[in-house]
Design a protein. Structure first.
Length: 462
């Protein structure tokens, strides 16, 4: 995930025989938060699909009973007379997925402070498109299945960033980078909406005492941040305490990850020796090096200039996201897919799922609602002069990106487990999510590959 090039090997010093100090080398590593985020999501998409395939195969094999037996195994963590008892599936869904939502919170923080949501005008188009891309699927679902299972409206509203980005990599030479950034921003706003839905709609039997304890921990985290405490351990302890308090309060505990992500400082990480090459200020690197070479300054001085730049270009939030994102993309999300994708399949089950109001509502919400909502809202926002189209993007790119946004695998599965209690309904919703995600991916690739004469390879190399 890191561009391992050395910006400046320095201070070779004199040889020991000449009485000089022992040689040392100072290096700076370049990172690109947006590029690294997209690359990790693309790699994670492959493991996610593999894990889902393994789960489906396992659940429909002669060893199907062992699948459910494994994920139903109960584990208890206790301290004195108090403890948390969950089955293995819920330790993944409520525990490990907190790390996933921590990375989501960190990415939202980065977009709000340094990214595409920093400018109100630039943020308007993806925000309005994402809102319409959530509203349209919800309305389509309610029109089809509102009388049967109204709580299911939240299932088709979110986008799976990993799979959507993975699909776009298949046609990367035929779409402008502006369209990919547009999809990522829409998906992030989708995540914000999904977080609000989970926090507001799927909190059960709220305990004000435990909720107060969670708030107290959040306030303490803010105080530590104000005091510029940069040691990781206190925040880790408080994060765990917030998770436990939210779990006991009735609020979904994964919100602890979002809270801690948003509270992570966006101030520069001191002595990181990392340079954010997407940060406009790092264009000064070449100027520093050119000036140093022309002036004949020694290597140590040049290293000092580079390190000063490195100290200011990478924030604490970017550094933490950079470290955690590979683990959530390559381990946590595939493990979530393995734990939740094992659905017993048969011809009768498939027919029932794709003919039931619930299944049809989820399917058409994702396949039709997402692209139509995103495309129509983008058309009107641009036509009214409220915002501008993404750089070099054409209408077909927007519709193709909208179809890719209809891949709602991870978060849709997550919401399904929260929204539905009947096992048959859960199975029907998951089958529809599978089918809709596959159809949306095929439609997205077909649309984005349709114009064979348009290529953007040169832009990718820049």
């Amino acid at each position: 995930m890191v561009d391992e090039r050395f910006l400046r090997p320095t201070d070779k010093g004199s040889s020991p025989a000449a009485g000089g100090s022992r040689s040392r080398e100072v290096s700076i590593r370049a990172i690109a938060p947006l590029r690294d985020f997209l690359r990790a999501e693309s790699s994670g998409a492959l493991l996610l699909m593999l894990a889902a395939a393994v789960a489906l195969t396992w659940a429909n094999s002669p060893w199907a009973s062992s699948y459910e037996s494994l994920w139903s195994h109960v584990l208890r963590l206790s301290l004195a007379d108090w403890g948390v008892e969950l089955d293995l599936r819920h330790w993944v869904n409520d525990g490990l997925m907190t790390l996933f939502f921590l990375v989501v919170g960190l990415e939202i923080k980065r977009e709000l402070t340094d990214g595409h949501l920093q400018s109100i005008r630039a943020a308007l188009l993806p925000c309005l498109a994402a809102a319409a891309g959530m509203l349209a699927p919800a309305l389509i679902y309610l029109a089809i299945a509102g009388g049967v299972e109204p709580r299911g409206w939240a299932i088709p509203v979110a986008t799976d960033i990993a799979l959507a980005v993975g699909v776009l990599t298949l046609v990367s030479s035929r779409i402008p980078s502006g369209a990919r950034v547009f999809l990522l921003t829409v998906a992030i706003v989708d995540d914000i909406g999904a977080i609000v839905i989970i926090a507001v709609l799927f909190s059960k039997g709220m305990s004000l005492r435990w909720l107060g304890a969670a708030v107290a921990c959040v306030v303490l985290s803010v105080m530590l941040r104000a005091l510029k405490v940069n040691v990781m351990v206190p925040y880790l302890v408080l994060g765990i305490a917030i998770w436990l308090a939210l779990h006991e309060s009735g609020v979904h505990p994964t919100m602890a990850g979002v809270i801690m992500g948003l509270l992570t400082p966006s101030t520069p990480l001191a002595q990181s020796r990392l340079v954010d090459i997407e940060n406009p200020s790092t264009s000064e690197v070449q100027a520093i090096e050119t000036s140093a070479l022309e002036s004949g300054s020694n290597p140590t001085d040049r290293a000092g200039a580079d390190l000063d730049l490195a100290d200011g270009s990478v924030s604490i939030a970017e550094w933490l996201q950079h470290r955690l994102h590979p683990y959530t993309s390559l381990l946590v999300v595939p493990l979530f897919a393995l734990a939740n994708s094992g659905i017993p399949l048969s011809f009768e089950v498939l027919v029932e799922a794709m003919s039931s109001p619930l299944g049809l509502g989820v399917f058409f919400g994702l396949v039709v609602g997402k692209p139509v909502g995103i495309f129509v809202s983008t058309f009107f926002v641009v036509r009214l002069g409220i915002s501008e189209m993404p750089s070099r993007a054409q209408p077909r790119h927007i519709f193709g990106v909208g179809s890719a946004a209809g891949i709602g695998f991870t978060v849709a599965m997550f919401v399904t487990e929260l929204a539905l209690s009947n096992e048959q309904d859960v199975a029907q919703a998951k089958i529809s999510i599978f089918a809709a995600s596959i159809c949306s991916a095929i439609i997205a690739v077909a649309i984005l590959r349709s114009n064979q004469s348009v290529h953007f390879e040169s832009e990718e190399r820049q």
